[in-house]
Write a protein that binds this ligand. Structure first.
Ligand SMILES: NC(=O)c1ccc[n+]([C@@H]2O[C@H](COP(=O)([O-])OP(=O)(O)OC[C@H]3O[C@@H](n4cnc5c(N)ncnc54)[C@H](OP(=O)(O)O)[C@@H]3O)[C@@H](O)[C@H]2O)c1
Ligand code: SF4
Ligand code: SF4
Length: 374
């Protein structure tokens, strides 16, 4: 296993970290037998960083992770969990949470404590409720050791948050398809410039970069038929020196084994490989079903269909072939009464589209191409 030093802090973490968020559940309960085997395999293979949070797997994640890690010497691993601000209606309610977390995690202290999923709104609550004063108190009491944040918003908000406090680490979403959204690669460079250790989440884009369009994937397989698609995504992130931990939400033994293979003998991408990743990214972005540019000229639709939203789902499926993700995205549109199947073919939108898209027919084609949505 490859390990990385967190600058001069004395902390040394395995480059592959275990994200517990995606552990499989059966009837709302974590499949413990399976989960314990996965965590054992990772721990025994040298993974020493485990990430959980209160809301994961319907609120059962911390207890499970606590149970799993209790079986190992406490000083032999790092434990990361989060303060999920959106879950609490008042500051008083939030003040009680640390004791419950320590109890659920069966530990006296948490190594890495993150302000969870910060964005403009949660950051405002942090300031309004003076949450960092509270968290510092917990640190002085020995309940937590290092204070950081995870992030999902735009670069401007990111800069504001980074400048606000002396953060000890930061968790960002980063992969070769997403280096220009949220804080982007610029945000990564800002953290490196300040020597703030970076933890990466969604390195495989939540699984989408482990299985995508066959034609595009061929570029990687032609170069190295034995390397998994996931290993390319992992190595792209791992080639960034400022990244100290790459979290993966592994839920199958094959995934653990494949990721261990990548990090047991870790090699950064060389120049040729960097170019291949760029080619794949470009090709993936071109694999589109409908040339919709999201200009919104066709909106509003007579009956409320989110026309570009539906085409985005169609295009996303073409790139990543993920039925589960596509179903989830479509269900979100369904909640807003904006799905493709509501189109009554009035034709009003067609003349508005600068791309000349035959919108009602393309919506129909989407439905017949993705029958699992109906
Ligand atoms: N703080 C936050 O705001 C936040 C947000 C998101 C995530 N996180 C944390 O960060 C962790 C990592 O993010 P993530 O789970 O999205 O990471 P990820 O590695 O991008 O995605 C994990 C998914 O990728 C697939 N996968 C992983 N390794 C694979 C392999 N070798 N071969 C094939 N498929 C593979 C699996 O998907 P399938 O089983 O579906 O194929 C797995 O569920 C999470 O688990 C969570 O702990 C935190
Ligand atoms: S053709 Fe369909 S998508 Fe276009 S405006 Fe009419 S109902 Fe809406
Ligand atoms: S007008 Fe055409 S390109 Fe613009 S959002 Fe509508 S469908 Fe997409």
């Amino acid at each position: 296993m490859e390990y990385r030093k967190w600058y001069d802090t004395g902390i040394k973490t395995s480059t592959l970290g275990y994200g517990a968020m995606r552990l499989k559940t059966i009837n709302g309960e974590i499949d413990e037998e399976k989960g314990l085997k996965l965590i054992d395999k990772a721990y025994k293979s040298g993974v020493n960083y485990f990430d959980t949070a209160v809301p994961y797997t319907d609120g059962k994640n911390e207890s499970f992770v606590g149970k799993a890690l209790k079986r190992y010497p406490r000083e032999s691993f790092y434990l990361a969990t989060k303060l999920t601000i959106r879950l609490y209606k008042t500051k008083e309610e939030l003040e009680q949470v640390i004791e419950k977390q320590l109890k659920n995690l069966q530990t006296d202290y948490i190594d890495f404590y993150l302000m969870h999923a910060l964005n403009k709104h949660t950051f405002q609550t942090i300031k309004d409720w003076k949450i960092l004063d509270l968290v510092e108190k917990w640190k002085q009491e020995g309940k937590i050791r290092h204070i950081g944040f995870s992030f999902h918003d735009d670069y401007e908000t990111f800069k504001e948050i980074v400048n606000y406090y002396d953060w000890e680490f930061c968790q960002i979403q980063l992969n070769y398809m997403d280096d220009d959204i949220q804080q982007g690669i610029q945000g990564y460079h800002d953290l490196v410039a300040r020597k703030i250790p970076v933890v990466v989440m969604e390195p495989i884009k939540g699984g989408k970069l482990s299985n995508f369009n066959d034609e595009v994937a061929k570029t990687f397989f032609d170069y190295n038929k034995n390397a998994s698609l996931s290993s390319w995504a992992m190595r792209w992130v791992g080639s960034l020196d400022g990244v100290k931990v790459i979290l993966s939400g592994m839920n199958e033994m094959e995934q653990v084994e494949d990721n261990l293979k990548t990090f047991n003998n870790f090699k950064k991408l060389d120049e040729t490989e960097v170019q291949l990743v760029k080619e794949v990214k470009k090709a993936l972005l071109k694999v589109t079903e409908v040339g919709c540019t999201n200009c919104q000229y066709c909106m509003p639709c007579t009956v409320g269909v989110d026309i570009p939203g539906n085409f985005r789902i169609f295009n996303n499926y073409a790139m990543y072939k993920s039925e589960e993700d596509t179903k989830w995205r479509y269900s979100e549109l369904r909640k807003k009464d904006a799905i493709a199947s509501l189109c009554i073919e009035c034709g009003k939108c067609v003349s508005q589209c600068p791309q000349g898209i035959d919108i009602p027919n393309e919506l129909k084609r989407m439905r017949s191409s993705l029958p699992f949505l109906e």
